[in-house]
Design a protein around this ligand. Structure first.
Ligand code: IMP
Length: 178
C-alpha cells in the first residue's frame, strides 16, 4: 500500500481512487432512485466536501440544484466562546428536499449545526450524505442516509480532507500511521 508524507506525518493509502469512485456511483444510484421527481437542492459543505460533491452531483440524473455553504468560526459574545456561523447561503430552501453533502461525519457537531439551520429555513425534508463516517466518534442521533464508508476513529486525509490545509487534492483517502 502506498505511503505518503504530509508535513510531519506519514499516511498509508486506505481507500483507493477506484474504490471511492465505485462507491460514489452506488450512492448516486440510490439518490436517483429515492429522490427523482422531487425538488432537490444539494448542499455541499466547504471546504472538505468539494470533490465528493462534484463527483456525486455529476452522476445525478434528474434536474437539481447545488449550492455550497461554509462554516466560519467567529468569537461570539456568548459565554460559550467560539461559535460557528454558516455563510454563503444564496438559495431558498424552504419546502425543498435538501441533500447535505459532507466529507466526513466525526462527532456530528458540524452536521447538527447545519441541520438546525435547515430546520430554521424550513426545508421540507433533510437527507444526509457523507463520504466517510466514524461511528465510534459520532455523538448525535441525526440519521445518515447515504454513507460512503464507515471508518475507524483514525485521522484521514485526501479526497477533499486535509491535514493542516494539505492533502485535499489526493484522489485516494489516506490514514495516519501512528
Ligand atoms: P465533526 O463536527 O466532529 O463531525 O467534524 C466534521 C469536520 O471535522 C469535517 O467536516 C472535517 O473537516 C473535520 N474532520 C473530522 N475528522 C477528520 C479527519 O479524520 N481528517 C480530516 N478532517 C477531519
Amino acid at each position: 500500500m502506498k505511503e505518503i508524507r504530509i508535513l510531519d506525518k506519514k499516511f498509508r493509502e486506505y481507500l483507493t481512487e477506484d474504490v471511492i469512485q465505485k462507491r460514489i456511483e452506488e450512492l448516486a444510484k440510490q439518490i436517483n432512485n429515492d429522490l427523482a421527481g422531487q425538488e432537490v437542492v444539494f448542499l455541499g459543505i466547504l471546504n472538505g466536501a468539494f470533490l465528493f460533491a462534484a463527483d456525486l452531483f455529476r452522476r445525478i440524473d434528474f434536474p437539481a440544484r447545488i449550492s455550497f455553504v461554509k462554516l466560519a468560526s467567529y468569537k461570539g459574545t456568548t459565554s460559550q466562546g467560539t461559535i460557528k456561523e454558516l455563510i454563503g447561503w444564496n438559495e431558498d430552501i424552504s419546502n425543498k428536499t435538501i441533500v447535505v453533502i459532507e466529507d466526513i461525519v466525526d462527532t456530528g457537531n458540524t452536521l447538527e449545526r447545519i441541520v438546525d439551520e435547515l430546520v430554521i429555513r424550513k426545508a421540507a425534508e433533510i437527507r444526509i450524505s457523507a463520504l466517510l463516517y466514524k461511528p465510534e466518534a459520532y455523538l448525535k442521533t441525526i440519521p445518515l442516509h447515504y454513507i460512503g464508508f464507515e471508518i475507524p476513529n483514525d485521522f484521514v486525509v485526501g479526497f477533499g480532507l486535509d491535514y493542516d490545509g494539505f492533502g485535499r487534492n489526493l484522489p485516494a483517502v489516506y490514514s495516519l500511521i501512528k
